[in-house]
Design a protein around this ligand. Structure first.
Ligand SMILES: N[C@@H](CCC(=O)N[C@@H](CS)C(=O)NCC(=O)O)C(=O)O
Length: 211
């Protein structure tokens, strides 16, 4: 039995959707960021960073959204959520998942939480604006890759990287140019959203795509 600490629509959305894909029994624990649940001592014992998500696996906590996605794919190979090691598809899966988490997601965090990076209010505004300006070109490059080698990030095979991308595409909903305005990203995202597991995830979190 897994236990996932989540906040609707947050960085927990991808791990939650991967959990739903596995079909494994799990418990969801909702964390209220406004109420500061993630800074309470009992949560900090599980995740000292005070961030969402955390997954309890065999009684022990694991944090970092992308790591949780990869771990679940590895623990449930029968569901085929990651390409086989040694293949070109595996290389693309690793490349894009790491890019999504350490580059694109980071830009979203700079845009949403410039105060996590700087102590100077004026500089924070500049960081936020700079991050926002850089997100669109990142989606452009992902779109070009999907147009050339898609429909999935790993080519013909669906993987947790596509779920991760859908989470970040949703985060772009308030940008002047949301990611789904790009045709290959839209095609990829439509395939992910249509999956029953993704629909169950949205329903369980009480959110509708893309809001
Ligand atoms: N790299 C981390 C980032 C996690 C993260 O920053 N999550 C946000 C929610 S999207 C959070 O915990 N925010 C806490 C806060 O706003 O204080 C991951 O992917 O798990």
């Amino acid at each position: 039995m897994y236990k996932l600490f989540y906040t609707p629509g947050a960085a927990s959305l991808a791990p939650h959707a991967v959990l739903q894909e596995t079909g494994a029994p799990h418990e969801l624990v909702r964390i209220d960021l406004q109420a500061g649940d993630h800074k309470r001592p009992d949560y900090l014992k599980l995740n000292p960073h005070g961030r969402i998500p955390t997954l309890i696996v065999d009684g022990a906590p694991v944090f970092e959204s992308a790591a949780i996605c990869m771990l679940l794919a590895e623990r449930h190979p029968e569901v085929r959520l990651a390409p086989a090691p040694g293949t070109r598809a595996r290389a693309l899966y690793l490349q894009w998942l790491v890019y999504l988490t350490n580059t694109l997601q980071e830009r979203f965090l700079q845009r949403g939480h410039p105060d996590w990076h700087l102590d100077d209010k004026a500089a924070e505004a500049a960081l936020k604006a700079g991050a926002e300006k850089r997100i669109g070109p990142m989606f452009d490059r992902i779109d070009a890759a999907l147009a050339a080698d898609g429909p999935y990030l790993a080519g013909a095979a669906f993987s947790v990287a596509d779920i991760y991308l859908a989470m970040l595409v949703r985060w772009s909903r308030n940008l002047p140019d949301p990611a789904w305005s790009r045709p290959a990203i839209k095609r990829n995202c439509d395939l992910v959203i249509a999956r029953p597991a993704f629909q169950r995830t949205l329903a369980a979190e009480g959110i509708a795509w893309p809001y």
